[in-house]
Design a binder for this molecule. Sequence first.
Ligand code: C2E
Ligand code: MG
Ligand code: MG
Length: 500
Amino acid sequence: MHIATRNGHACHRKDEVLWRANGSGFPVEYRSHPMYKDGELVGSVVTFVDISAHKLAEAELHRLAYYDNLTGLPNRPLFSDRLHQAVADAKRRGVYVAVMLLDLDRFKVINDTMGHEAGDRLLQEIAMRLKNGVREGDTVARLGGDEFALVLAGMPDMHVVSHLAQNVLSRFAAPITIEGREVFTGASIGVALYPTDTTDIESLLKFADSAMYHAKESGRNNYQFYSQEMTTNVQARLGLETDLRHALERNEFFLHYQPQVDAAHGRITGVEALLRWRNGSGAIISPAQFIPLAEETGLIVPIGDWVLETACRQLKRWHDTGYAELTMSVNVASRQFREPLFGQGVARIFAATRVLPSAIELEITESLLLENNEETRRTLDQIKVLGATLAIDDFGTGYSSLSYLKRFPLDRVKIDQSFVRDLGTDPDDLAIVRAIVALSRSLKLDVIAEGVETEEQLALLRSEGCDEYQGYLFARPMDADSVLRLLENNGPLSKKLSAA
Ligand code: C2E
Ligand code: MG
Ligand code: MG
């Protein structure tokens, strides 16, 4: 209660609830203005204002500021609040707090193939399952996109946390029905513990993130606890990223070429350009190691341009030497294809190198086609108009939705090496290869097998009607001079011009 002073004009206000005769209440703002006569307090004027609308607006603002609109879950600011509270509480009581970061597996694919509305429905369903999967006092928040976070307060030990993580994962076991279709999704979960891993809240989140990344790398749909080692990995990644950024300007990239051979006669018909990186300390780093990082960081775009230009220049040289039938396959990452100016860039490189466009084949991945977006489609058409051909790399490892083979302007299918490897021993692989060849035939697509290492594999591929192959059996990837030497000894087909 406010006591008015002699000279003050203080006005006292507070919010109260007034009750109607029927028993319902409504919020009011109560104001009392003191009245003085000859300097003496003689009374006050009291007013009540109905502030229901104001209160509603306030609640709405609060909701907007602290909750995610789509799922109704707490958002990042509220999550952070709850985490601070949980940590303060844990400090007093000597218990643990677990932070779980959770990223849906394959969400992007679902979103892109089924549409954003379906994606939204999926997120809502997941939100509900997560909320039902934790205890009353725990927080489930949506941090944005397909990323969720949990604060598990007052944990007695790690076993309980493990158990809860397992429980969260099990929420993904049942399919989710969206637009009459059953969709399966999993989650990659990273867990960090206060105070075991760190007492710093920022680091706690960072550690949970590293652990989540690790969960993704270890095959998805699993959870990982943070470990010291992960920070080391993250640091190594950051180092790799910095090195990669400089690699182009320092001329550390070069190309190797692996011959592609016609299965019937063993003659070289083309080569595939494979990127190599010799870093500052002279070590050669495998593309499997740096291409994913280059994709993530967007560095693949300038690097990819360099690869295409270098490969075109090299092919032009070989054509000019007389190997006019030789083709060149170049790997193109999905990220490159999604660049709006990709088609124009290819046209520019073709023009600048004066290469024969029809001798260039771009290798794309299944996942790119699965995204099924208009932009990609247009870019593919653009490439075709330029005269280049298109192949699907690593065929069979992705979602293998065969309908896109028909829908997109493709020329060739590359059977992934994982099917070739056990061709002689695994009857399933033989059946898969047979199916891919038959399907490609019926769609009038050429077929090439990769990773052929033994005569036995080659014989089987031949008998299945596979046109061409690539693999250590014939030759490993090699530098341009070695390719030339190989061409010189490789029979007439590939040297038509100079033989004439
Ligand atoms: P990929 O396009 O499927 O290339 C085939 C990979 O198999 C190459 O590995 C090649 O060296 C290897 N290989 C060839 N024959 C055999 C064999 O008989 N046995 C075995 N075990 N392996 C064989 P590499 O050069 O390490 O490249 C790995 C992947 O990196 C490539 O797979 C491709 O996806 C990617 N990559 C390479 N260069 C580029 C590039 O310039 N741009 C992009 N975006 N990706 C690239
Ligand atoms: Mg390839
Ligand atoms: Mg491949």
